[in-house]
Design a protein around this ligand. Sequence first.
Ligand code: PBG
Ligand code: ZN
Length: 335
Amino acid sequence: MTIDSREVPAALSSRPRRLRVTERLRALVRENRVSAEQLIMPHFVLPTDRAEDPIESMPGISRYGVKDLVQRVLADAELGIRAVLLFGTPPDGSKDERGTPASSPDSAVARAVAALKQQVGDEIVVITDVCLCAYTSHGHCGVLRDGKVINDETLPLLRETAVAHAEAGADLVAPSDMMDGRVAAIREGLDEAGHTDVGILSYAVKYASAYYGPFRDAAESTPAAGDRKAYQMDPANVREAIREARLDEQEGADMLMVKPALAYLDVVRAVREETSLPLATYNVSGEYSAVKAAAERGWLDEAAVVRENLGAMVRAGADLIITYHARDALQRGWL
Ligand code: PBG
Ligand code: ZN
């Protein structure tokens, strides 16, 4: 018997390609969409009024002084970016063993929150990262003794930091330290200070990832010695993600996060199926910079890749996406 490739099957009734014929048809049957309302833009704030300092390892991203940050956020709001996540840098020479400058009422983050809230009110959701690593002399996310990060001694410091951000006017605080019990400690601190309406977006599921490399340059938060594997999660684990998510929900988290995003979309899906809380995923610095670097060399079509990546996060079950691509995606019409 000879196989004739020109032979047409008599009755091929099921043809999925029928719905792919035109862009109009494809749009009509598209299952998932990414919208501007889901995006959260991260920012790095410097402890000064005026500054714009490009981050070499993150093309297109700069660290801003408080006033320049406000200008940037206002301009981005015109594009439709209505939520920001703020990371701070302490004044030169102020880092110490316990990360004291993190909870200062006039930290860069606290000043930026106050300035933003004064300018934009409730038009923009202001979220603050709560951690100590940018403020400790050793660069770890908690109190360090004999090379170990001491969980329970770190909790009051995180709590004070979250309260300082709430006092400045933050809508949500986002603890990224991975200490056990920190959501409960922060919730209690916020409530006792009268901030019952300030929510917690917990970095519930945060892996010890190599994709944070460019961020650590930007935030100057690389540990001086050792790594974060004794507190951040092992990339091999997914059942543990469910355990972390449940604990944070029980402790009073209002939203959960899985971080990083792209290499962990199975985890996003698994957590999505376990919780009814809104779920965010963090498209981290290394994921951003890898796309940028390849695009700069002409090796990838940046628009198409960013659309595909953000779309994959939504398809996996993310309600919100924290991404450095937010501005480009909206300004250049990539969604
Ligand atoms: C600090 C923190 C990190 C990120 C967010 N908060 C780095 C780390 O844990 O080492 C990573 C963000 C990114 O890579 O974009 N706790
Ligand atoms: Zn940290």
